[in-house]
Design a protein around this ligand. Sequence first.
Ligand SMILES: Cc1cc2nc3c(=O)[nH]c(=O)nc-3n(C[C@H](O)[C@H](O)[C@H](O)COP(=O)(O)OP(=O)(O)OC[C@H]3O[C@@H](n4cnc5c(N)ncnc54)[C@H](O)[C@@H]3O)c2cc1C
Length: 379
Amino acid sequence: MTPDTTAATGRDIADLRARVRKFTSERLTAGDFVPQCDAWVRGFDLSFSRALSAEGLIGVTWPAEFGGSGMPSTARLVITEELLRVGAPVAAHWIGERQIGPSILRFGSRELQDEFLPAITTSEVSFCLGMSETEAGSDLAAVRTTAERDGSGWRINGAKVWTTNAHHATHAYVLARTSRSEIKHEGLTEFIVDMRSPGVTVRPILDLAGEHHFNEVLLDEVAVPSRWVIGEVGEGWSQVTGQLSFERGGSERFLSTYPLLAETLKHAHLSGDRATIEQVGALAARVSALRNLAWNIAVSVDNGVAPVADAAKLKYLGPAFERDVLNTARYAVDVGGLSDEGTLERLISEAQVAIPGMSIRGGVSEVLLTLVARSETRL
Ligand SMILES: Cc1cc2nc3c(=O)[nH]c(=O)nc-3n(C[C@H](O)[C@H](O)[C@H](O)COP(=O)(O)OP(=O)(O)OC[C@H]3O[C@@H](n4cnc5c(N)ncnc54)[C@H](O)[C@@H]3O)c2cc1C
């Protein structure tokens, strides 16, 4: 379903940006949230997502019949930029809105669309992503979780790992094997699983700072109705590869540490540290190039083109940029000393914990570089 891209002019986009900025600044002033790094992962706050829903700011690219407003992907990009810029707690709706909803819109039955799309826009359902397994990360087609037909539905058995926010989610997207084949990319199917179903066990995995974002999700004879298959049985691989462009090509791949970048500049001004100000200038130049790339990706999506190579470029360049944001912030503290309120130090420690995973989650850099090399050498 192609959105009505003519509906958003430059003026509409500017008005939308101003609207989101007003929304976030009012909530910041009210103390509803504290800006964080990596807020789209660590900031799980249902009341914030529901406030955004009430403003009609979730699922804006979807048709009105499914709770959206038929805006182009560039409009969604502007909304996400504004939310990430201030480190707003958006994790509760992020996965559902970014990739599961678009996948349901593209491949799901009408029944599935009616059941889930409006519920994502109102933040009634919250998705986690059950793709990776212990032996299937970069090599995702190696998943061993199985789904077998059982009466009118399916039974799923297996174990997913690194499932971010599974302990909060109401539903999981699960990629499972539905038939054996010589070719491992065949015989995969995409399912939706209710996290409250009997047989679902969520076990925490603590990160290097002892925080709980990851989980292991065990699926033991979990019953799933047939209507919760996304798209065609056995077509999971071709469907999921389209989904990866949504996962990789957004501004969260380079704006997760934006609150740290802004605070570093503030600190450098206060301490009169010219060298840091210049380094922030160099980072700001890179941010504008990355924003242009994200914009082009959104335009491609609106034009019905899967921006696989551009999304891989963004996903490679973004984490490298964010690492430099952290290094610049550390340099600012070395030169200018600790900040009075401790905000800079807190943001540094949040970024420090997140950065090692940035070049791994959503696709490791080595794999992305292979994709980029293939696409660019075809020119
Ligand atoms: C912060 C974070 C959050 C995550 N959240 C989720 C989630 O919510 N849901 C989910 O399903 N998964 C999630 N993951 C898992 C993530 O998708 C996988 O970690 C990732 O795909 C890599 O898989 P792997 O860990 O099995 O590493 P591997 O695939 O084993 O890769 C390990 C290393 O081997 C090398 N390598 C592997 N393949 C190649 C290749 N083809 N070419 C060159 N080098 C290669 C690379 O150096 C790579 O870094 C998350 C991961 C992180 C870090």
